[in-house]
Design a protein around this ligand. Structure first.
Ligand SMILES: [Zn+2]
Length: 311
């Protein structure tokens, strides 16, 4: 296997530095990529985090995997990239400094903008080697995601991988054009996106579920002998809806991320900071709260609760 003109032989572990771009100071920005190969041939699994630089739960998941040598496969190869968007990570930002989202810039271009170059480098150096990938994310802004796998469940192999991972929630999710999942799927990789917690905040439950799910997937791929058993059944979500703020004010949720709610249940209310109104937010239809806005101040129309439905 060759990445960035460096050869990685069976039985070897190496960290390769993929050079992406230079800052205005001429400081080189490169992406450290750890590759661990078994002597025994087998599939190649990519685990990556920080495609959005502020989504640190995924970065922490891969850090713990590397720190505890959980990435060393019994067969095949594991490619681990804790931080794809180095620019965003050092700026506490989702995007790169030009304001572009790397995850909407695939397949990228050699001489494109920063986001496009990061995408191009991944497509050229990493994607041709991989059979499977788990791309770790969190909710954006102050929206938290209950630990969940997003994949195209109509593809039976994806559905089976999601079942092996066994996150608390599994969502049938269409491919978004220009995303990494879209571009890598088109090259034949089987892609799972994991979402857990919110940006710039560690969420221990989401981190633990991410690690445990990854170990279960690695076991199913013959890369490990053991993995923690899932503690709960996975809830399958086929459709979803964001409930939005019907007024501007303070958002006081009365539910938690992961709760199952029933038809007509009051999920919280929007209150005037001056104490002169309270506007309840109801679930018209029962479902699972798999996304929740944790910001206390909202404007009319802002997303509050992401409800998932089995049908
Ligand atoms: Zn993300």
């Amino acid at each position: 296997m060759k990445i960035n003109k460096e050869n990685i032989a069976p039985g070897e572990e190496k960290t390769i530095h993929l050079e992406v771009a230079k800052l205005p100071t001429r400081t080189a920005i490169d992406i450290p990529v750890t590759v661990a190969r078994s002597e025994t041939p087998g599939p190649t699994l990519l685990v990556m985090g920080g495609l959005h630089g502020d989504e640190i739960n995924g970065i922490e998941i891969i850090r713990r995997v590397l720190d505890n040598d959980l990435h060393i496969p019994k067969q095949g190869t594991v490619i681990a990239i804790p931080i794809i968007n180095i620019f965003g990570f050092i700026h506490f930002s989702r995007e790169v400094p030009d304001g572009k989202d790397v995850n909407r810039s695939f397949p990228g271009a050699k001489n494109g903008s920063l986001a496009s170059k990061v995408a191009y480098t991944l497509m050229k150096e990493i994607v041709p080697h991989i059979d499977y990938c788990v791309d770790f994310h969190t909710g954006g802004d102050q929206r938290t995601n209950y630990p969940q796998i997003r994949t195209v469940l109509d593809d039976s192999e994806n559905a089976q991988l999601a079942e092996h991972f066994h996150a608390p929630v599994t969502i049938n999710s269409k491919l978004i054009e220009k995303s990494f999942r879209w571009a890598a799927s088109a090259k034949g990789a089987k892609m799972l996106v994991y979402e857990g917690g919110e940006s710039l905040r560690f969420d221990e439950f989401a981190i633990q579920e991410g690690i445990n799910g990854l170990l279960r997937l690695m076991k199913a791929l013959g890369m490990r002998d053991d993995a923690p058993a899932p503690v709960q059944p996975t809830t399958i979500i086929q459709s979803s809806k964001w409930l939005r703020a019907s007024a501007s004010g303070l958002w006081i949720p009365k539910i938690n991320s992961g709760d199952a709610v029933i038809d007509g249940q009051k999920l919280g209310y929007i209150a005037s900071p001056y104490g002169d109104f309270r506007e309840p937010i109801h679930a018209k239809k029962g479902g699972v709260v798999f996304g929740l806005n944790n910001t206390p101040i909202v404007n009319r129309g802002d997303a509050l609760v992401h409800l998932g439905f089995p049908g």
